[in-house]
Design a protein around this ligand. Sequence first.
Ligand SMILES: NC(=O)c1ccc[n+]([C@@H]2O[C@H](COP(=O)([O-])OP(=O)(O)OC[C@H]3O[C@@H](n4cnc5c(N)ncnc54)[C@H](OP(=O)(O)O)[C@@H]3O)[C@@H](O)[C@H]2O)c1
Length: 237
Amino acid sequence: MTRHYVVVGGSRGLGRAFAEAAVRSGHVVSTIGRSLTDALEGGQFPCDLTRADQTADVLDVIRRDQGEIDAIAFFQRFRGPGDDWEGEWQTSLTATKTLIEHSVPHFAANGLKSIVAVSSVNAEFISPKLPPGYHLAKAGIVQLAKYYACKLGPQGIRVNAVCPSTFVKPENEAFYESHPEIVTRLAKLSPLNRMATYRDVVDVIFFLLSERSAFVTGQSLTVDGGISLQWHEHMES
Ligand SMILES: NC(=O)c1ccc[n+]([C@@H]2O[C@H](COP(=O)([O-])OP(=O)(O)OC[C@H]3O[C@@H](n4cnc5c(N)ncnc54)[C@H](OP(=O)(O)O)[C@@H]3O)[C@@H](O)[C@H]2O)c1
């Protein structure tokens, strides 16, 4: 069955990989991002998520051009110059809240009515090289998923979050291929003895957006290959 997926932050990275997989499966895809790319199929809707005026309107335009929406996946994170605390807050949290609240009348009555927001293991665990705003934004995404799961559940809308660890994405595949020592070191952290790839995360998002997870809402699913299961002191040897 053909579905209409809105992919927020679909111009690059994991979001783009998700959008391309959805197009390959024959679905209608509408991507939101600041940049447009010739190489990306599906409808592209330029929007700067730090701009409240643009964010408020973009789903109306998508509905007009591409029809009612089945599901929305949020991949965006703050990238660019400027204050990252303010930037993360607006890009990750305010934009997600605005788009979720505007989405309600645009869902197809018999569609998936499902939302997934990409958070991170940094919702719970600290990576000192990443800024505090990133950690707060990712924790906030998890809480937004719970909040809107309760608020929108009576309208049949499900909201979940996904918390990945570091994954290889198309843009950095060449880097990891040329640094096998990094891949080996990171792989050893997981009981599965490998690094995550974007495909691992994309598959989980498709599952959470699909009717196969119809009774799952307000959850955050960690996709870390079990890295977080092991007590650090036991990983010395
Ligand atoms: N990479 C990892 O290993 C990793 C690990 C754990 C969690 N995550 C999470 O996974 C998600 C995807 O990560 P990624 O590395 O694939 O990200 P990415 O390559 O940096 O892509 C970010 C996307 O967000 C969009 N975006 C950023 N600012 C925007 C704005 N102001 N307005 C509209 N769109 C904006 C970008 O599009 P434009 O530039 O075209 O605007 C781009 O499509 C993020 O939420 C990230 O926090 C990533």
